[in-house]
Ligand binder design. Structure first.
Ligand SMILES: N=CN[C@@H](CCC(=O)O)C(=O)O
Ligand SMILES: [Zn+2]
Length: 408
């Protein structure tokens, strides 16, 4: 056998649904990489013979390999911060009150309109580095802090550039319908027209987005406006997804499911009919424990119903300056378990296999299987549950991206 690299002295949490062990585990395992793909995976004792002098061999010292982590929901290109609103909330103001009084998303919009591409790129790069150090190999980045043509395009261009200059793969999402900008305060339908008729065509012409998202909420866009944006995106051949049922039950999830959305995200107020709709359409449910924690929400997403109807659950950071200023994949695994009561295995599936599904890349990444892209992490842990159990002890010792060992 001729391989580019071989890993031994390892255990593997493959996260493959084809292996019935918890985490799709293979203990005393080996893994071989060729041409950027996983070429062989299985028991060390069954590893075919290969040229041990010509092949780099990496020894995992009994640690664990997992698929590279996938953060399927972030807003990590933004300027400024909202520490002042954190203080306001601690003095009694609610997230909705701050948004309605012109703060919230709009204050970050003002900062992003001021910032140039170089500044946004550098801020984004630092945040991407922080996620990469914790084993993230693919990230989704949304626009939505521009709310005018130039700034929305600027943010998406920066996100695309980050993907070109960083080993982490970047999937981009156009979220022009994130909030109603002050200029359209009294005519939100006209803003939706702008998003559909002027922004979206430009986004498509420059190939700046893989997907389109909307914030369907009483402080943002109603159901009819949401449907208009998502239908236009779908007609243009883009993937669709939705910020839905975060602060109230607007029925956005069922609408998104009907339109074939890849995921609905937040979903604290999702009801059983909404869960059934997700199940029928194969739409993923993205849980954002960082926002749940930081906004001190009391309404829990319907985890038991999602389990009952076998809806794939995704866990993401939602990294953003307003509702989740927490740039950490591992912290999200922990919070998904402690706050939302996922099992550590469900949480890890939510940042690997199911996250890949939410981004439409499940045929390439998200599990350690032969033929998949060689994106994986080597962890200094004694059981995969440790990834969710502990926090703050750096345990990601190696990252392999597209078959290359990353030095970070
Ligand atoms: N919910 C809407 N959008 C973001 C928050 C954005 C902000 O507050 O800046 C979210 O996913 O939580
Ligand atoms: Zn979000």
């Amino acid at each position: 056998m001729s391989w580019d690299q071989v890993w031994i002295d390892i255990n593997i949490a493959t996260m493959s649904p084809n292996i019935s062990e918890p985490y799709g585990t293979i203990t005393d395992a080996a893994l071989a990489v060729k041409d950027g793909k996983i070429a062989w995976v299985g028991k060390r004792s069954e590893l075919p013979e290969f040229d041990v002098f010509a092949t780099p061999i990496y020894k995992g010292k009994g640690g664990w390999i997992t698929p590279g982590l996938i953060d399927a929901h972030t807003h990590l290109v933004f300027a400024g911060n909202r520490a002042n609103e954190f203080e306001l909330r601690l003095n009694g103001a609610s997230y909705e009150e701050i948004a309605r009084s012109g703060g919230g998303i709009i204050s970050t919009v003002n900062a992003c309109r001021e910032a140039d591409e170089a500044e946004l790129f550098e801020l984004g790069r630092q945040r991407l580095n922080a996620l990469a150090k914790e084993g993230v190999t693919t990230v989704e980045i949304k626009s939505g802090y521009g709310l005018d043509i130039d700034t929305e395009l600027k943010i998406l261009r920066v996100a695309r550039e980050l993907g070109k200059h960083h080993h982490v793969d970047v999937k981009t999402t156009f979220l022009g319908a994130h909030a109603i900008p002050p200029e359209y305060k009294h005519d939100s339908d006209a803003y939706v027209d702008l998003v559909i008729n002027e922004m979206l065509p430009k986004v498509i012409a420059e190939d700046l987005a893989d997907a389109v998202d909307v914030f369907c909420e009483n402080i943002a866009f109603n159901l009819e406006q949401t449907e208009r944006v998502l239908a236009a995106a779908k007609a243009a051949g883009l993937q669709i997804k939705l910020h839905a049922e975060q602060l109230s039950n607007m029925g956005g999830s069922a609408l998104a499911a009907k339109l074939g959305a890849k995921s609905v995200d937040h979903i604290e107020y999702l009801d059983e009919d909404g869960v059934k709709a997700l199940s029928e359409s194969g739409t993923c449910a993205t849980l954002l424990p960082g926002a749940f924690y930081f906004l001190r929400e009391t309404q829990h997403p319907p985890i038991d119903l999602l389990r009952q109807y076998k809806v794939p659950m995704v866990v993401a950071s939602d990294y953003n300056p307003g509702s989740s200023p927490l740039c950490s994949s591992l912290l999200m695994l922990n919070m998904a378990c402690t706050l939302l009561r996922l099992t550590p295995e469900e949480a890890l599936a939510g940042m690997t296999r199911n996250a890949a599904k939410a981004l439409g890349i499940e045929d390439k990444v998200g599990v350690v299987e032969v033929g998949m892209v060689a994106d994986f992490c080597m962890w200094n842990i004694s059981t995969p549950a440790e990834l969710a159990y502990t926090y703050g002890v750096a345990s990601c010792v190696d990252v392999v991206k597209n078959g290359h060992l990353v030095h970070q």
